[in-house]
Design a protein around this ligand. Structure first.
Ligand code: NCD
Ligand code: ZN
Ligand code: ZN
Length: 429
């Protein structure tokens, strides 16, 4: 049985450093320990030990666009970012709307073995929003799909959404909505506001998101269903979520690192690396999203890692595809926006990046406490270190990071999946 001794780590960044012995996938002992013979030793030097991160929203592009990301390269990016589980969105080519595709993604993830890859199934056939996909078949397949989403598209027909919510309750799975009323975003290129108006871009109004979130909260409440909102981007959506949660609606929500840090002031660069769906919003929205995450109105952080090929990004703004990389920079952006600002401590980071997402998706062995007998899915973080982001050096095949050249705080120095070191000092193991 492989053994790893983590020497001198601060659990959740609290208290004095302790040693953590991992034996065969489980946390075996915590205290002042000697390395057993043959054990691998990781000198933590007082770094922060957290449960491995869980990403509810990743685009891995396999099958179909293996020129931009594969399950293997995306898994590497995830492991280097401190992740031990990711949910791979269904907008692949072909779409993951049946058991064959979701089982392929699941199997390939297991073969690569760097992170648990959970396929997300499509809600509707071909993501067209017209006919429900066979949710039950995907849920009962070997992949055991537990989250369904048409992400990239909104399930805009209220009758289809209502049916999906009813089925999801019976199957005990969760529907994740990309909230965008399509009639309000025809031709939209950027946040509807001063910046877009100045540059002549068609606007993506906040109300296109907020109206769908409000509608879906009501649909979920009346169906007695549970629902998840993808990439919340506006202060108004945070208000709607607060209202719905106060009423007892079973709704959860995620925010991306980029919506916690970047604003539509980036439009002035004309650089489509900043084009994303939903769009970068205003300073006011950023402040409201940070506060909502700290408060728990927004449950968790999800990357919406969206790799794109150079030919789909290095072109004029209106022709560029929306989306940006996120897996390897997420922890650092959360550190910059939430920890350095005093809005969250490291225990709070464990909650929003690991515990809550694991609960929302129903993963029994992720987001667990750092305690003896628990599965060793772990991320070790150096909170005092800094690094400079270089898209070309990231593990993703694509390089479309909006943080190019930025110096960011906090470095993931080791990741463990069921007791096996998957990444260490920036390298895949
Ligand atoms: N976020 C994006 O801008 N793009 C995503 C789709 C999505 O999350 O809506 C993609 O697949 O590229
Ligand atoms: Zn989306
Ligand atoms: Zn997405």
């Amino acid at each position: 049985m492989t053994q790893v001794l983590i020497k001198g780590a601060r659990l959740y960044g609290e208290g004095d450093p302790v040693d953590v012995l991992v034996t065969g996938g489980t946390i075996a002992e915590i205290g002042e320990l000697q390395a057993p013979g043959g054990a691998e030793v990781i000198e933590a030097g007082g770094q922060v030990l957290l449960p491995g991160f869980v990403d509810l929203h990743t685009h891995l592009r396999e099958p179909g666009r293996e020129d931009t990301e594969t399950i293997e390269t995306g898994s590497a990016a995830a492991a280097l970012g401190g992740y031990t589980a990711v949910f791979a969105m269904a907008n692949t080519e072909p779409v993951a709307d049946n058991a064959v595709i979701v089982e392929h993604v699941w199997r390939r993830g297991r073969e690569v073995g760097l992170v648990d890859v959970h396929p997300v199934g499509a809600v509707t056939v071909g993501l067209t929003g017209e006919r429900l996909a066979e949710l039950g078949t995907m849920a009962k397949s070997a992949a055991g799909v537990r989250m369904f989403s048409d992400d990239g598209h909104c399930v805009h027909d209220p009758l289809i959404m209502r049916r999906a919510l009813e089925y999801s309750t019976a199957l005990d799975v969760v529907i994740a909505q990309h909230a965008e009323e399509p009639r309000l975003t025809v031709g939209a290129q950027a946040h509807e506001g001063e910046q877009a108006a100045r540059l002549g871009y068609a606007g993506w109004p906040a109300s296109a998101e907020e109206s769908i979130v409000a509608r879906d909260c009501l649909l979920a409440e009346h169906a007695g269903a549970r629902m998840h909102v993808c990439h919340v981007s506006t202060s108004g959506t945070a208000d709607v979520l607060r209202w719905a949660k106060d009423r007892g609606t079973r709704v959860s929500a995620e925010v991306t690192p980029h919506h916690l840090l970047l604003t539509d002031e980036r439009l002035a660069t004309y650089d489509p690396v900043n084009k994303v769906n939903p769009p970068l919003r205003t300073n006011r929205d950023v402040d409201a999203l940070r506060a909502a995450l700290a408060e728990g109105v927004i449950d968790c952080v999800a990357t919406d890692h969206a790799p794109h090929a150079p030919q789909d990004k290095d072109c004029e703004w209106s022709a560029a595809r929306p989306g940006m990389l996120g897996l390897q920079t997420a922890l650092s952006v959360v550190a910059a926006t939430m920890v350095e600002t005093g809005l969250l401590d490291w225990r709070g980071v464990a909650k929003v990046m690991s515990e809550r997402p694991a609960e929302i998706a129903g993963l029994p062995d992720q987001g667990r406490p750092l305690a003896v007998g628990e599965p060793a899915n772990l991320a070790l973080v150096d909170p005092g270190a800094q690094w400079t982001v270089r898209g070309a050096e990231l593990a993703s095949l694509a390089a479309n990071t909006p943080y190019e050249g930025m110096r960011l705080p906090a470095v993931v120095t080791a990741t463990m999946l069921r007791g096996r070191v998957t990444a260490r000092e920036g390298k895949i193991c």
